[in-house]
Design a protein around this ligand. Structure first.
Ligand code: C2E
Ligand code: CA
Ligand code: CA
Ligand code: CA
Length: 279
């Protein structure tokens, strides 16, 4: 049946190469990608805006498809979520990120934190805490060096369960952040109920900062609110020096974006950290 699927795909792309065909290719290929070790992680530096130092990295998955080349996560994560394959893929990501960071610490690269993205499917599944516990034990990474990025939508359903999961993760010592903050249409009162550490200000506000002061007002308000709730802030999608100056002026804690670096393959990230001088 697998072979037939492949042939069907070739037939479709040969004919039109449309979106449906691409989806089919992704769905078929994902099954083997894990077995064949076709996933890799890139690491994007995260900077402390007060000291100018690199304090961590966000791990971002890529699929090196033997024929298609690099497939970005936006193309295959939704398919993986639909098919449930996101669970083993997410487990690979978590293990690889922790393993790599533990190795870097051993090599003296510094006291860095690695941030790993979680999908709602992984979060709801029930074994997340066990999986994180097990991975930290296996890789020897201290829990405080791992940050899990959650999204607002993951926190909105089954709140009692969510609270207990977050409490158990916090008890391990893991850090928690809310990714894409400001895009989730959620009730802000949830921030007082969930024990998270960091709000990650969505890049849609940060990247368009120069377009007008409405985004600036939102960013200022998020930073103020976060700090009064004792939460840290990181701005993502920082692409130019003007934005860095604005974020510093408004006491945003950390920043991440193309201005500092794109997400890099592991070796390039390590080289970047070694050559980096605080800005
Ligand atoms: P995200 O978590 O919001 O990740 C940030 C995305 O913005 C990344 O895209 C990153 O490369 C890009 N980016 C960072 N700085 C800049 C900038 O200055 N300008 C611009 N234009 N873009 C910037 P990427 O790597 O393609 O990832 C896309 C999304 O895929 C991620 O959004 C995340 O939702 C998902 N994703 C990536 N890796 C994983 C993973 O391991 N697990 C899960 N569940 N999702 C992942
Ligand atoms: Ca983070
Ligand atoms: Ca993220
Ligand atoms: Ca984000």
């Amino acid at each position: 049946a697998k072979e037939a699927g492949r042939n069907t795909f070739r037939f479709f792309t040969g004919q039109q190469g449309g979106q449906a065909a691409e989806q089919l290719l992704i769905r078929n290929g994902l099954h083997n990608a894990l077995l064949r070790n076709e996933f890799i992680l890139h690491y994007q530096p995260q900077l402390d805006l007060t000291t100018g130092r690199i304090v961590g990295a966000e791990a971002l998955v890529r699929w090196l498809h033997p024929e298609q080349g690099m497939v970005p996560p936006g193309k295959f994560i939704p398919v993986a979520e639909e098919s449930g394959l996101i669970v083993p893929i997410g487990e690979w990501v978590l293990h690889e990120a922790c393993r790599q960071l533990a190795q870097w610490r051993e090599e003296g690269l510094g006291d860095l934190v690695v941030a790993v993205n979680l999908s709602g499917v992984e979060f709801k599944r029930g074994y997340l805490v066990e999986s994180v516990t097990h991975t930290l034990a296996r890789t020897g990474l201290p829990a405080t060096c791992l940050e899990l990025e959650l999204t607002e939508s993951m926190l909105m359903h089954d709140v009692e369960n969510v609270i207990s999961t977050l409490q158990r993760l916090k008890a391990l010592g893991v850090r928690l952040s809310i990714d894409d903050f400001g895009t989730g249409y959620s009730c802000l009162s949830y921030l007082t109920r969930f024990d998270v550490d960091t709000l990650k200000i969505d890049q849609s506000f940060v990247r368009q900062l120069h377009l007008g002061d409405q985004h600036a007002a939102i960013i200022r308000a998020v930073i103020q609110m976060a700090h009064s709730l004792d939460l840290a802030t990181i701005a993502e999608g920082v692409e130019d020096a003007e934005v860095v100056a604005f974020l510093r002026a408004h006491a945003c804690d950390q920043a991440q974006g193309y201005f500092f670096s794109k997400p890099l393959p592991a070796e390039d990230f390590a080289r970047f950290v070694r050559q980096y001088r605080a800005v």
